[in-house]
Design a protein around this ligand. Structure first.
Ligand code: DGY
Length: 329
């Protein structure tokens, strides 16, 4: 079926959220879909299940794209049942998200936010040998759980930027990452420096036990919910840094607060939270936590890329353009 531009209707919830400065509820979205809507660009804060997909189908819709790479807010089976093609926005946010995870790693390891708050509070009386002593990253081991696009980009930044050794766990072997570390190690050796090393762990627990800085990059599903639980927190080094820029429910946040309280040298850098926009009680008071509001992909270039890709996904289905990011293809 050919759809003319005049007939075409696509709901851009990104634009509506930005204009209204608010997150849309299911009822808001139902009202916006109305009885005529060919496609929707939605957000990770929206719950895209049977209710919304069947409404979109009734309105004549065939396409939906999340403006995010993660799509744990999308019920793929419900989309399939209603004949709605779905898309996401991989690629354009890889480096931006990895940069934020790297920034959180450094901020937590070197206690940057704590020191900034101390300075602003007028507490700085002069240089002291013990003032905000943190961890030197060079020569330490960075642990990556989930070495896909973002996890691999993060590993590369930490290895090249701070000369860290790598241990990673992924169900799939990351040969590109391994080749990169090997070549970089050879480069360092040729320049008379200590080469970096790498290891593919046979279990996630091996990473948790051995790494000094651990960054989580799994997708959120039933198997990764509360992946970091009390037992696994206890396996980590007392002075480890844990970073999460994936999805909040990957960490049991109540257990994390307890662990931070009991282990003041253990530090976290969090971009995501279990019950966004809220933090679990106690987390805000923890000096050993750096917390930011889910901004890992928030660079201008990336947000424009995400919006463009999401639009192309929806138009791709409706108008026959190529669909780029498509988890239910
Ligand atoms: C994503 O794309 O899944 C990110 O969480 C958005 O920042």
């Amino acid at each position: 079926m050919m759809i003319t531009d005049a007939e075409f209707s696509c709901m851009l919830s990104a634009q509506i959220c930005t204009e209204k400065k608010t997150i849309l509820s299911v009822d808001d979205i139902l009202a916006l879909i109305g009885d005529h809507c060919h496609g929707v660009i939605g957000q990770l804060t929206e719950d895209w299940g049977e209710v919304l997909f069947s409404a979109l189908k009734r309105a004549g819709g065939t396409a939906f794209s999340n403006m995010a790479v993660g799509y744990n807010n999308v019920d793929v089976d419900a989309a399939n049942r209603n004949g709605i093609a779905i898309g996401n926005t991989p690629g354009v946010l890889t480096e931006t998200t990895a940069e934020l995870a790297a920034s959180l790693s450094v901020a937590a390891a070197r206690r940057i936010v704590e020191a900034d708050q101390f300075m602003r509070a007028g507490l700085y009386d002069g240089w002291l040998p013990h003032l905000f002593v943190g961890n030197l990253l060079k020569g330490q081991t960075v642990g990556v759980i989930g070495a896909g696009r973002i996890g691999s980009a993060y590993a590369r930044m930490m290895i090249e930027g701070f000369k860290m050794n790598l241990i990673y766990f992924d169900l799939y072997q990351s040969t590109r990452l391994e080749k990169f570390v090997t070549a970089y190690g050879q480069f360092l050796k040729a320049n008379g420096e200590q080469p970096v090393t790498w290891k593919r762990a046979s279990s996630m627990e091996e990473v948790l036990r051995e790494a000094d800085v651990i960054s989580l990059h799994p997708v959120l599903d039933k198997t990764t919910y509360h992946l970091i639980n009390p037992e696994r927190l206890a396996m980590m080094k007392k002075e480890a840094v844990l970073v999460n820029a994936s999805r909040g429910p990957v960490i049991d946040e109540v257990a994390l607060v307890e662990h931070l309280r009991a282990n003041p040298m253990f530090r976290v850098g969090l971009d995501v939270f279990e019950d966004e926009p809220y933090m679990k009680p106690g987390l805000a008071e923890m000096k050993n936590a750096v917390v930011v509001p889910h901004i890992a992909s928030a660079s201008k270039w990336t947000r424009e890329g995400m919006a463009t890709l999401a639009a192309l996904n929806v138009l791709g289905k409706i108008k026959g353009y190529p669909v780029w990011g498509n988890p239910n293809a």
